[in-house]
Design a protein around this ligand. Structure first.
Ligand code: GLU
Ligand code: MG
Length: 466
């Protein structure tokens, strides 16, 4: 698929040339070409505006070594990643080209990574996600999804003797109107910038932890949802810098307290109908909607190696912190890994979806979405059924009570999650041998990096990286 032949390259060049006058009028001088590596860090190259047509046609060179990068920029010698030999081409997706409202003079277009022979790189997460969307479409299904973004804002200079310390820049209470008043101008600038960039914001609110805020956006196609997650975070970072704030999306900013989640909302559709609603199953699920949800639940342990990909993720993923530490599902249950949402009566056909709570923003959003689609589709194909829903905090049950209710704890460490991933034939087959090996190798590289480091030391090392 997607072989870049001469005709395709000419079309891409022409499409970029057609965009130039409008971009010049908008004051754009440079175009950022971001993509996300295996460890969840967004890497970038940029071109001056005049080079956009050539970048569209031929791509921009970038080494495959980044597949083996860790979050501290050290490089793992993986089985299929980490070598400095060879080159890839970054091809901007012009349909997602956006003038960045928070970075005057810049536009942005997420890229697919291709080989020099013009085929998608086997470890390109965005290309993988596009392939999985096509597989679903071939069977008549469409998925709509969205990422929630939680972050904290800190003082830019930390503490006098520790500039990298996290000192919340806001003092108001959780969900507090006074906290909103503190970020009034900042919040306005953020909403204006997102609106100018065509991001459909659903909500913006102060969250629970010190200095924590959250934005949720409308559901889109899976690739669009992952692109939007990147764009929202980039916008938050840019607007925060303008306001003299330092921003952290880390799963666990400080060793105690509640972390930052990156919950994913998903719904399965066919012929314009939302299959999470209007059926005969529990809470109105259709058989296919139930199969999709059951597939997610069954593959959650392995999915965590992708969706909770950092050693820091497991400092967040603990019981009774709204992070979903147990493999269970329940209606509006914020302690279940899968929170089923029906929406209000009368709006269910539009609103019903399942939220995966256990995942965080250290994840590569393309890779995580790809894992979700593979897991969900496997459940649909197998006609999988869900266990009984759980209506309590699973942590409030005894071990025996949880066993009786069929509730399993999720992996409590990155090593356990990697092992679950490696033995998950659905996920590893969907990712392919090379990418599956790289996911495991990069995770084990991070485990080795933090061997013997205290929780506070881990939080500190991860805090300002994503
Ligand atoms: N901050 C919580 C987390 O780590 C989620 C809070 C909520 O939105 O329920 O996922
Ligand atoms: Mg939240």
């Amino acid at each position: 698929m997607d072989q870049l032949d001469h005709a395709t390259r000419d079309d891409r060049r022409a499409a970029a040339e057609a965009l130039l006058p409008e971009l010049e009028d908008a004051g754009v001088v440079g175009v950022a070409l971001p993509w996300v590596d295996t460890s969840g860090i967004t890497r970038v190259k940029t071109v001056p505006l005049a080079k956009l047509p050539s970048a569209a046609a031929w791509g921009v060179g970038m080494s495959p070594v980044f597949d083996g990068f860790l979050l501290d920029d050290s490089i793992v010698a993986g089985r299929f990643a980490g070598s400095a030999i060879g080159d890839l081409r970054l091809h901007p997706d012009l349909s997602r080209l956006t003038v960045l409202a928070g970075q005057p003079g810049w536009a942005w277009a997420p890229v697919d990574r291709y080989t020099q022979a013009g085929v998608p790189h086997v470890q390109c997460s965005r290309s993988l996600l596009r392939r999985l969307v096509s597989s679903l479409a071939e069977e008549g299904y469409e998925v709509r999804g969205a990422y929630e973004v939680e972050w904290v804002v800190g003082r830019p200079d930390g503490l006098p003797d520790d500039p990298d310390a996290f000192v919340p820049a806001l003092t108001g209470p959780a969900y507090g109107m006074t906290r909103l008043a503190e970020v009034s101008d900042y919040g306005r600038d953020l909403l204006v910038a997102l609106e100018e960039q065509g991001v459909a914001v659903d909500q913006f609110h102060p969250e629970y932890a010190g200095g924590q805020l959250e934005i949720s956006v409308g559901a889109q196609d899976p690739v669009g949802a992952a692109d939007t997650a990147l764009l929202v975070r980039n916008t938050i970072t840019a607007i925060s810098a303008q306001h003299g704030l330092r921003v952290s999306f880390s799963p666990k900013v400080t060793a105690d307290g509640v972390g930052n989640g990156g919950h994913v909302h998903l719904s399965l559709w066919r012929d314009g109908e939302n299959l999470m609603s209007g059926g005969d199953g529990t809470f109105g699920l259709t058989a296919e909607g139930e199969g999709f949800t059951a597939g997610l639940l069954a593959h959650l342990p392995g999915l965590l190696a992708v969706g909770a990909p950092s050693v820091a993720s497991y400092l967040r993923l603990v019981p009774s912190h709204w992070a979903g530490a147990f493999a269970a599902w329940g209606l509006e249950n914020r302690e279940a890994a899968l929170r089923f949402v029906t929406g209000p009566d009368g709006n269910r056909q539009h609103a019903a979806n399942v939220e995966i709570k256990s995942v965080d923003l250290a994840a590569n959003p393309y890779l995580l979405m790809a894992g979700c689609l593979a897991a969900g589709l496997a459940g649909v194909r197998a006609g999988s059924r869900l266990p009984d829903p759980v209506g309590v905090d699973p942590a409030s049950l005894s071990d025996e009570g949880r066993r009786e209710a069929g509730i399993r704890p999720l992996p409590a460490s990155l090593e356990d999650a990697v092992r679950a991933f490696e033995s998950d034939e659905v996920l590893t087959a969907a990712f392919g041998e090379e990418l599956a090996a790289t996911v495991a190798d990069v995770r084990r590289g991070e485990i080795a990096l933090f061997e013997g480091v205290s929780p506070e030391g881990i939080c500190r090392a991860v805090r300002w990286r994503h």
